[in-house]
Design a protein around this ligand. Structure first.
Ligand code: HXC
Length: 510
C-alpha cells in the first residue's frame, strides 16, 4: 500500500513540474506565472480539483514518442471563486509551448462539456503557440472540437478568456468566440499569423507588440475588453468580474450584501449638467454616484470612449450600464460605439441582467468615413440589440436625445420599461440651430430673425415635456433622486416576463 501511495505522489510531483524547472524559471523571468500558479490565484484557496493530470499525447511523428510530459500542456479542472463553482483550463507554456495536441484538446473539451452540462462559467487562461505542429490535422481537429463547444455554450454559460502570453493561430479563435477577452500588458499578444508570416506575405515589418499587443487590441481592434499590468492584477480582477456574473442563463444575477441604501439621495447630481448645453460633463460621475458603493466594472474602457459600458450593482444585484459619454465626441454614436454597446446589451440579455441606459446623445456621427465604414449596419446592431432584449430596461435621458439616436438608446418605442428624463432633457429631431437652418433657409441672411427662430424652437422642443405629454417619457425626475427611482423601478420589474415570437434565431445585422 505504502508503495502505491508513494508512486501516486511521485507521478503527481512529476506532472506538477510541467516542462521542468528550467522552463518554469524562464517563464518567471519573462514576468509570467506558471499555469498552476495562475489557477491558484484565480480560485479560492485549496478549492482547485485538477482533472487529467496524467494525460499524455499519442503522437509518434518527429520523435515525439520520446518526449511525453504528463498533462500535455494544459492544466484543467474546477474550483470556486468566492464560493461559486467555475471550470478552468490554463495553457502550460512550459510544455511544448502550450501548443494544442489531440489529447490536449480532449482535456479542454471535457471541461467545456462539464461546464455546460453543470451550468457554470468557464475561464480559459491562454499562453500558447497554437496547433502542435508535429500533430498536423489531429491538432486542427482538436481546435474544431473546442470551437464547436464555444459556440454551443454561448449564451448559456459565461465564457471568459484571459490572454497571458503569446496566443497564435488556433488559440485566438477560441477566445474570440467567448464573451470577454482580457489581456496582460507587455507579456501577451494575439494574432492569427505572426510577424514573420506578415513580413513574407505583405512585406510589412511589425513587432509582436505592434501587431497584437494589449494596446492594439484594447484601443484599436476592440478584440480585447480590457488589459492589466501583470498576471496577479488580471487574475484578481477576474475574481471581481465573476462576482457580477450569473452562473448561467437562467440562474438570475448574484446578490451581494450592500450597505448602500436604495434611498440614498445625491444632491450634487442637481448641478451635474452644465448651464451651457454644449459643455461636456463626465457620465462616469453619474454612474458611480448612482450605483452601489460606486463600484463599476468597466468593459472596453479604452475603445470607443464616446460610449461607456460595464457592470455595477443596484441593491446588491448586478445591472448592465450603458451610457453616452459627453466628454468624448460629445457622446455621439458612431460605428465603433454602436458595435461596442450592442454586444454588451446582447450579453446582458442572454444572462438576464437588467440594463440601465443613461442618454446624452447628439445623434449619429455624420461623414464619409462613417458612412463608408457601414454606420448604417453598425448603428442597426445597437438598435436591434435593444429592441430584441427582453430583460428589464430602464432609461434616463439626462440631456440630449436627438434624432435616430433617441430611438436607439432604449427608448419607449423599442420596449424600454421605465423611461425617465431629468428636467434638463432635450428630446428632438435635432438641435435648435440645425433645425432652424433647414426650416428657415430663406431667412439665413437675417441673424436677428434666425436667433428668434432658434429661441422659438428651443422653447418648444428643448425640454422633456413634449415627449412626456405623449407618454414616451414616464416621469421627469429630480436628478438627486435618481438612485432611489432606479432601485424602485428595478424592484417593480423583478417579475418581468416577456417573450419574443418563436424563431430558430434572429438575423442581427452582422
Ligand atoms: C509545437 C511549439 C509550438 C507549436 C512553440 N512550441 N509553438 N511546439 N507546436 N505550435 C515549442 C517550441 O518548439 C519550444 O520548445 C517551446 O514551445 C517554446 O517556444 P519558443 O519558440 O522557444 O518560445 P518563444 O520564443 O517565446 O516564442 C513563442 C511563440 C513561438 C511565439 C509561440 O514558439 C511560435 O511562433 N510558435 C509557433 C506559432 C505557430 O505558428 N503556431 C501554429 C499556428 S497554426 P522547446 O523544446 O525548445 O522549449 C494554428 C492552426 C489552427 O494554430 C487554426 C485553427 C483555426
Amino acid at each position: 500500500m505504502k508503495h502505491v501511495i508513494e508512486e501516486l505522489e511521485r507521478r503527481r510531483s512529476e506532472a506538477r513540474l510541467g516542462g521542468g524547472q528550467p522552463r518554469i524559471d524562464a517563464q518567471h523571468k519573462r514576468g509570467k506565472l506558471t499555469a498552476r500558479e495562475r489557477i491558484e490565484l484565480l480560485l479560492d484557496e485549496n478549492s482547485f480539483e485538477e482533472l487529467d493530470m496524467y494525460v499524455e499525447h499519442r503522437s509518434t511523428d518527429f520523435g515525439m514518442e520520446k518526449t511525453k510530459i504528463p498533462g500535455d500542456g494544459v492544466v484543467t479542472g474546477w474550483g470556486t471563486i468566492n464560493g461559486r463553482v467555475v471550470y478552468v483550463f490554463a495553457k502550460d507554456f512550459t510544455v511544448f509551448g502550450g501548443s494544442l495536441s489531440e489529447t490536449h484538446a480532449k482535456k479542454i473539451t471535457k471541461i467545456q462539456d462539464m461546464a455546460l452540462q453543470n451550468r457554470a462559467p468557464i475561464i480559459g487562461l491562454f499562453d500558447a503557440g497554437g496547433a502542435r505542429i508535429q500533430e498536423g490535422v489531429a491538432a486542427l481537429g482538436g481546435y474544431g472540437d473546442v470551437f464547436l463547444r464555444n459556440t454551443l455554450a454561448s449564451g448559456v454559460i459565461p465564457q471568459i478568456s484571459v490572454i497571458m502570453g503569446p496566443c497564435a493561430g488556433g488559440d485566438v479563435y477560441s477566445p474570440a468566440m467567448t464573451d470577454f477577452i482580457f489581456m496582460v500588458r507587455d507579456t501577451s499578444y494575439m494574432f492569427v499569423t505572426g510577424p514573420e508570416v506578415v513580413k513574407t506575405v505583405t512585406n510589412e515589418t511589425v513587432t509582436s507588440e505592434e501587431l497584437g499587443g494589449a494596446r492594439v487590441h484594447t484601443s484599436r481592434s476592440s478584440v480585447a475588453d480590457r488589459a492589466y499590468d501583470n498576471d496577479v492584477e488580471a487574475l484578481l480582477q477576474m475574481r471581481r468580474l465573476m462576482d457580477f456574473l450569473p452562473a448561467h442563463n437562467t440562474a438570475g444575477v448574484p446578490v451581494l450584501s450592500t450597505r448602500d441604501s436604495a434611498d440614498r439621495l445625491d444632491m450634487s447630481l442637481d448641478t451635474l449638467i452644465p448651464d451651457n448645453p454644449n459643455k461636456p460633463y463626465d457620465i462616469k460621475e453619474l454612474i458611480t454616484k448612482v450605483v452601489d458603493e460606486g463600484d463599476f466594472f468597466e468593459i472596453q474602457e479604452a475603445f470607443a470612449k464616446n460610449i461607456v459600458i460595464g457592470f455595477a450593482r443596484m441593491e446588491g444585484r448586478t445591472v448592465g450600464m450603458v451610457a453616452n459619454q459627453p466628454m468624448v465626441l460629445a457622446g455621439v454614436l458612431d460605428s465603433d460605439a454602436s458595435r461596442k454597446a450592442a454586444r454588451f446589451v446582447r450579453f446582458c440579455d442572454c444572462f438576464e441582467i437588467p440594463i440601465i441606459t443613461f442618454v446624452d446623445v447628439p445623434g449619429f456621427l455624420p461623414g464619409t468615413a462613417q458612412e463608408y465604414g457601414g454606420l448604417i449596419k453598425h448603428g442597426a446592431k445597437l438598435l436591434f440589440a435593444y429592441a430584441e432584449a427582453t430583460v428589464p430596461k430602464i432609461t434616463l435621458i439626462t440631456r440630449k436625445a436627438y434624432g435616430g439616436a433617441y430611438d436607439v438608446m432604449s427608448s419607449k418605442h423599442i420596449r424600454g420599461d421605465v423611461n425617465y428624463a431629468w428636467p434638463t432633457a432635450e428630446i428632438a429631431v435635432m438641435g435648435a440651430k440645425g433645425a432652424v437652418e433647414i426650416l428657415y433657409r430663406s431667412e439665413l441672411g437675417d441673424p436677428v430673425k434666425i436667433q428668434a427662430r432658434i429661441d422659438e424652437y428651443q422653447k418648444r422642443f428643448a425640454n422633456p415635456f413634449v415627449a412626456a405629454e405623449r407618454g414616451y417619457i414616464d416621469e421627469v425626475i429630480q436628478p438627486h433622486g435618481t438612485r432611489r427611482r432606479i432601485c424602485r423601478a428595478l424592484n417593480m420589474l423583478r417579475g418581468k416576463k416577456l417573450e419574443n415570437p418563436w424563431k430558430k434565431h434572429d438575423n442581427i445585422p452582422l
